[in-house]
Design a protein around this ligand. Structure first.
Ligand code: ADP
Ligand code: MG
Ligand code: ZN
Length: 591
């Protein structure tokens, strides 16, 4: 290599510091892999593995259900080791439940053979060689252009809202985005503020991605989708660059939808995550904020839609960029029936399929679970060489999915559903029959996050928190527990914990801020503010009194309106979600 070539190469590298970083990273990676390979290897028996797991000796767990192998690394008194454990099919369930307890972030992987071990060493070396080759060839050819990341052009997706079931409310909200993208000039002419950022929040598989795609399809604009986890790279600057590239491509495409999946991967509140890699993540996040602001100011007709199931961890600055927050929950019975029908249309289904009863039994299923159900049924049909998907196939697929390991905890038992129905009906009845309480506008027993169900209230007219309204709210909050007692006697559940927390907070405000307790006027804005011990004691007692009186009243109300309560429970078990109108219909004369 002559001197001029050497200096050309140095210049080349100076312009592309990332290449050096990549090379150094790869070198480190190879060393780490090789060290790992030289480690002690343990082959565990079932007992040994379970003990190691429970003792915390195991550090990381990978599982390959295909080959029924578990492997990873660990650390015990004698130092680091790698382990491998082959399990019997019958042990899989126990294994998974133990993993969920002791190593909940286990990874499901394709099987790792010793060939893969070798590849793990060779691949970084091969990449290293590739980088060297890349540098040398580019320099030799005198070329300076680094090939742009090959990206396939974004397409207009092929189907719209008609292929989504049970998302009517979300679709109404998203229609605004469609209107804007279809005719951006109209918004501009009218001086209307277009929706620029839409955050879709909800559990996995509920159709967030599908909804964003459908919005692009309805507006007939291209759809640029990325997962934010792709932005999180170990190389400095790569994440930020990808964000820049993405927005650039979208801007060139004219009206477009940018969809960022798993936005929490970059959008976590600053300082909330582990220190490691924080800075890079923050760079990426800042770039994202800059880009969003950039097209706000130059009015590019682009809408950013993002999805997450953890909006509570998102950075406040990022949240502010998303002017619309749309919650997408698991589908209720009617929604599930629609979704099943949509996916059944795509397969050769028999005419006599009992979709309605299938919908009734698939409580807790997400849209993608239902799609899987139909697909598995189609697979069964194909395997048995049947010409159509029938009830029998759907039944087999249903058993397989429900009994299948992952969703067992998500599918509530009939007893669970009954308890939740009583609990939510209790809130609703207590609120409904008290003229001063906020009106219940929706009650649902569709599981949502930790909660089994939910009752939503519309705040009553008038902005003042009056004493009667506060007391009525306390009783409505206690209604859940009171109704549980009717069903369960003294074997009540922990389901009221959240209600007690909200009620406790309200009661405390009544006592310490609004002068509505028995202690007279006082104002202690912050509950952690130090007060004299006697005062603290008096406050506690007064709060406790308000709460227990509210529970007593709630018991009286649910017993007085027992018939209405039972009617509502029956309706909830059947329909799962009731809106304001339906609540009034069912409770009717109770008020
Ligand atoms: P998410 O992004 O919320 O995790 P996806 O949009 O990726 O969910 O859903 C995966 C697949 O499941 C979709 O492509 C679609 O086929 C199906 N699916 C999910 N929700 C629905 C729904 N509400 N209606 C119809 N199909 C759905
Ligand atoms: Mg998705
Ligand atoms: Zn409750």
């Amino acid at each position: 290599m002559g001197e001029s070539r050497l200096s050309a190469m140095l210049t080349f590298l100076r312009r592309r510091p990332w290449l050096v970083v990549v090379a150094a990273g790869l070198a480190v990676l190879s060393i780490v892999t090789m060290t790992a390979l030289r480690q002690r290897t343990e082959t565990f028996t079932e007992t040994e593995f379970m003990n190691a797991l429970a003792d915390g000796v195991v550090e990381d767990v990978n599982i390959s259900p295909n080959t029924r192998t578990v492997w990873g690394t660990g650390h015990d008194d004698e130092g680091a080791f790698t382990y491998r454990y082959r399990y019997l099919e019958a042990a899989e369930e126990t294994l998974l439940s133990q993993l969920r307890i002791h190593a909940p972030d286990f990874r499901v992987q394709p099987p790792q053979s010793s060939a893969a071990d070798i590849a793990a060493t060779l691949v970084p070396l091969a990449l290293l060689a590739f980088v060297a080759w890349f540098v040398v060839t580019r320099v030799r050819s005198g070329g300076v252009a680094v090939s742009a990341r090959a990206t396939k052009p974004a397409d207009v997706p092929d189907y719209g809202f008609e292929r989504l079931g049970g998302l009517d409310e979300a679709i109404v909200e998203v229609s605004e985005v469609v209107d804007f993208l279809s005719d951006p000039e109209r918004f501009e002419r009218l001086g209307a503020k277009p929706p620029r950022g839409v955050l879709l929040e909800g559990p996995p598989g509920t159709g967030k991605t599908a909804l964003a795609r459908a919005a692009a399809a309805e507006a007939e604009v291209p759809f640029f989708a990325v997962s934010a986890s792709e932005f999180v790279e170990m190389f400095v600057g790569v994440g930020a660059k990808r964000v820049r590239d993405l927005f650039e491509r979208a801007a060139k495409a004219g009206p477009a939808v940018i969809f960022i999946d798993e936005i929490d991967a970059v959008g976590r509140r600053r300082g909330a995550a582990a220190a490691n890699g924080n800075e890079e993540r923050e760079n990426t996040l800042n770039q994202l904020l800059t880009e969003i602001d950039g097209f706000h100011s130059n009015r590019a007709p682009i809408v950013v839609m993002a999805a997450t199931n953890r909006s509570d961890v998102l950075d406040a600055a990022l949240l502010r960029r998303f002017t619309r927050h749309i919650h997408i929950g698991l589908p209720d019975r009617a929604g599930r029936e629609r979704i099943l029908n949509i996916h059944l249309e795509a397969v050769a289904a028999a005419d006599d399929i009992d979709v309605s009863s299938l919908a009734a039994r698939t409580v807790g299923f997400s849209g993608s679970d239902l799609e899987r159900l139909v697909n598995e049924a189609a697979v069964f049909a194909a395997r048995t060489s049947d010409s159509h998907v029938t009830n029998v196939h759907l039944e087999a697929a249903f058993d397989r999915i429900v009994l299948g390991l992952e969703r067992r905890s998500a599918v509530p038992t009939d007893k669970d559903r009954l308890i939740v129905a009583y609990h939510e009906a209790g809130h609703t009845v207590c609120a409904f029959v008290q003229p001063d309480a906020d009106r219940p506008h929706k009650v649902s027993v569709v599981p949502r996050g930790q909660a089994g169900g939910v009752t939503h209230f519309t705040p009553s007219e008038g902005s003042f928190m009056t004493r009667r309204r506060a007391l009525a709210s306390l009783r409505a909050m206690m209604g859940g527990r009171a109704a549980e007692e009717i069903l369960l006697g003294d074997d009540i559940t922990s389901g009221a914990a959240h209600d007690f927390a909200s009620a406790g907070q309200l009661a405390r405000e009544m006592v310490t801020n609004y002068g509505m307790g028995s202690l007279g006027p006082m104002f202690i804005p912050d509950p952690s503010q130090p007060v004299a011990p006697e005062t603290a004691r008096a406050i506690e007692e007064d709060v406790a009194r308000l709460l227990s009186e509210a529970l007593e009243d709630a018991r009286r109300i649910v017993n007085e309106h027992r018939d209405a309560l039972e009617r509502l429970v029956a309706a909830l078990l059947e329909e799962e979600t009731l809106d304001e109108e339906r609540i009034a219909e069912v409770l009717g004369a109770a008020a």
